[in-house]
Design a protein around this ligand. Sequence first.
Ligand code: ZN
Length: 356
Amino acid sequence: MSLKSRLQKLRQKFVENDIDAIFISQPENRYYLSGFDGSSGYLLITWQDTTLATDFRYTEQAKKQAPDYDIFQIRGDIAEWFPQLTGRSGLSKLGFEAGHMTFALHQKLTDALNRAKSKIKLIPLDRLVESLRVIKEPEEIESITKAVAISDAALEHIKSRIQTGMSEKEIAWEIERFMREQGSQAIPFDIIVASGSNSALPHARPSQRQIRTGEPVIIDIGARVDGYSSDLSRTICLGTGDDTFSRVYDTVLQAQLAAIAATRQGMTGEEADGLARKVIEQAGYGEAFGHSLGHGVGLAPHESPRLGSGSSEHLTDSMVFTIEPGIYLSDWGGVRIEDTVVMESGKTRVISKATK
Ligand code: ZN
């Protein structure tokens, strides 16, 4: 992990955001900037210093995982230690993560600073660290590739086992067990196994419903390696599907392949989304593709960039994101096909290898 260059890039953003330090509370950002993955802790990054504030339970772990950081052991309520932590370095403009810090915590910190007669002003920041995380380093792409390989293997595994009469829950558990045994950390999001009419719900929860022949089964899974996620969806059918299945499946596949082939560096998220949406609209299913084409994947299973209408984010090299069009028909079911891709030399390279 190239922490030094990440910190350097972060500090370059201090000037344009008019801050002289940043307080990090968001867990993935904290891990990204320090390597510390304990479940509780904060970072204070100034021009000169890096401090990791955590409690007694994690101080030893913090020293090991974040050797470049000074460890500040916190005791009691944040209102007590926050003025001490921030009062040591002569700060005046302290950025905080407005998308993560709660209103209640912000009020508490403001009160605590006032009581301590601190001159520090809290400055809200909008996804500053996230804007660094969107560009993946080679090591990050390597970790994502490992996670993708596990979800690919899990999909092949379940395809060899799945039978009519198995419940969605049984299948989801078998996939989860397999991925954990193959080296996945705790899985990044709940597995979706949605069969028959349940598959018309893009984010259905696995139920006791038993799989029947001839119906669509959407399987949406992700593994996690070194903190990094994968995200993979396939739609399968035991036996032979009806005419709707082949028509809908072909349309989704053509839309997905079109987007994979034509997404280019410099396009906005909305333009990439449009590549797949056009194919689905032309087949008459425009209304049935009710979600975005894709999203970034990294330390969070859903992060920037967003590929969807209204997204003006420009796609660039070293971004990793999903391409996952779908069609959902309420009285029938749905089909979604999703791969994780990386943008390289201005084009997409598909990381996932699971058959479609
Ligand atoms: Zn996804």
